[in-house]
Design a protein around this ligand. Sequence first.
Ligand code: TXA
Ligand code: MG
Length: 315
Amino acid sequence: MSKETERLKPDPEGIARACTLLEAGELVAFPTETVYGLGADARQGEAVARIFDAKGRPRFNPLIVHVADLEMARRYGAFGTDALALADAFWPGPLTLVVPIRPEAGLSELVSAGLDTVGIRVPRGEVAQALLRRFDGPVAAPSANLSGKISPTRAEHVLDGLDGRIAAVLDGGPAEVGVESTIIGCFDHPRMLRPGGLPAEIAEQALGRPLAHAPVGDTPNAPGQLSSHYAPDAAVRLDARAAHPGETLIGFGPGCDGAALNLSRSADLVEAAANLFQYLREADKLGQPIAVAPIPHHGLGVAINDRLKRAAHPR
Ligand code: TXA
Ligand code: MG
């Protein structure tokens, strides 16, 4: 497929056009507060299959279903006490809940990849909310990047990878959070499946008890969690105090004056998360190996370090 990708403004006309395309089974990339998603009507099998084709995903990983609110979420998944507590506390927001699927609800089987659970999320981005309210149905959406590449936090990033492969992109400007949603499984004891935009400590406060952690092993609970992911073309070295000759340094905090790019001069993890994928892209364009300064491992730093570890994984 190589039709021209429409660039839509996030106004009522653009939202209406996006809905028309989704209803017709086309792919529309849209902004959320975490990263841009590649959306398809989650009830149309062919539309969902197109997502895998456009991204070049090697296999059918389950996809997150995006809906406007908890009421709509409950049509597709069974919410127990823990899931309800988390949804009440953090939706709309950067949290995906994996809950038992309601098989009669009419989601395409490709969305859950044959599992008996489904990942559901209510994003808080204004444009995402407007789109989901108007569409009034479930939108399956992975991050809108080619498989294995850096996730997109701007419409231009989406087009860098997917121009001509998708019907349209809604341009809502830079993503506010900048890393993907935290995924928590609520099918037995609540379980952290992927660190993300909602820090684990904050989720645990709302739950009133600690989260279990996904067993480390060769069958990840979030099957998309392959080791090499978020990969720039350049090699990436972590915990760098300074750049070696010929490296581009991505710094963090006030001590990194020589760095070409600094995720946050004031050592603010929220700012660093929002800059992460953009700066990895910018550094990658310079065509040299990339070195990244140490990032504190708490709050949003856990999600940042998770993405950096994958970016640095030997490939
Ligand atoms: O912030 C986000 O979560 C973004 C925006 C667009 O919403 N989406 C996103 O989707 O990051 P994706 O496909 O790149 O990552 C979704 C992850 C994958 O690792 C997938 O395996 C996991 O969620 N997942 C989805 N459904 C699941 C399920 N039923 N059980 C376990 N893991 C699931
Ligand atoms: Mg992704």
